[in-house]
Design a protein around this ligand. Sequence first.
Ligand SMILES: [Zn+2]
Length: 356
Amino acid sequence: MKPTEGDGAGTPPDPGNRSQDRYCRQSLLPEIGTEGQHRLNDSRVVIVGLGAMGSSAANFLVRAGIGQVVLIDRDLVELHNLQRQILYTEEDINRPKAVSAAEILGKINSSVAVEAHTKDLNVSNAEKFLVGADVILDGTDNLQTRFLINDVCVKHHIPWIYAGAVGTSGMVMPILPGSTPCFRCLIPSLPAPGMLPTCDIAGVLNTIPGLIASLECTLAYEILTGRFEARNETAYLVHIDAWRQTFDRMAVRRRADCPCCGEGQLDFLDAVSREMITSLCGRDAIQITPAAPMEIPLEELEVRLKPLGEVKFTPYMLTFRSGTDELSIFRDGRVIIKGTKDEAAARSLYARYIGL
Ligand SMILES: [Zn+2]
């Protein structure tokens, strides 16, 4: 589109009112059509996490004309994010991701209402942020938040799309409570801490989050236009390896004994004992205590963290130092993060290195 196209002399261009021009290549598709485009324009989509997957997804949703896009992320932009997180530039370093993302997205499509929240999604705010969404997209970096999203979505019947990418591969699974298996049908409970690969430990190829986000958004368009349920297919999960160019679709079955959609337990939303994040008085440090008792296999964590920094191991504790980050990790899951008073930053480091 030419940069200055007003409706008449002296009338400033209003891209928001020229939706026919803006979305014509999309509404031409029989899969979407004019009616489908109207549905997209009337939709509200929440993206939880604005890393590589979340920022790619936000870019697609805003360009596609989703009416309201809600962005939730607790982190600041760091230099090593720029390799793959497409909404940020060097000027955004140390700025909140949600704020930087909303700024650029507003320039891409000013007719979309973009809401930015620099917040950690947790039990105290999850329903407030998620209820009212037509679809929720996963851009998170940890399983605990995914279990929480799943609980809210099963409780309120909100479709969501699980997505994850690490190394050279990634996964996507559409979850429509009531019609498909839920996330806990796939993964019934949290694995041992420190056992899951994270991008900070295993690295990530910068093309895979984009591939996964492309599929996530396509599924969102299908759900929002009513085409997904019309397909009436068996539930599935898609696995892509970008380096090997493999693309597999695996059937996922609903578990009759699923604690969430089967037995109705919303363990992560109704958690009585919650993860505790406490500032350690006078110590410029934050302590994170997990909600449930757990045991971290420190010997295995030591092996995984060694390539990333300096690791000191005692039978009871692992001390890990990388750049300005310093973590003391105890067997019971408790972690002290030194050098910060910011709870969200501490929670990020916990997710990054412990992987929950
Ligand atoms: Zn389930």
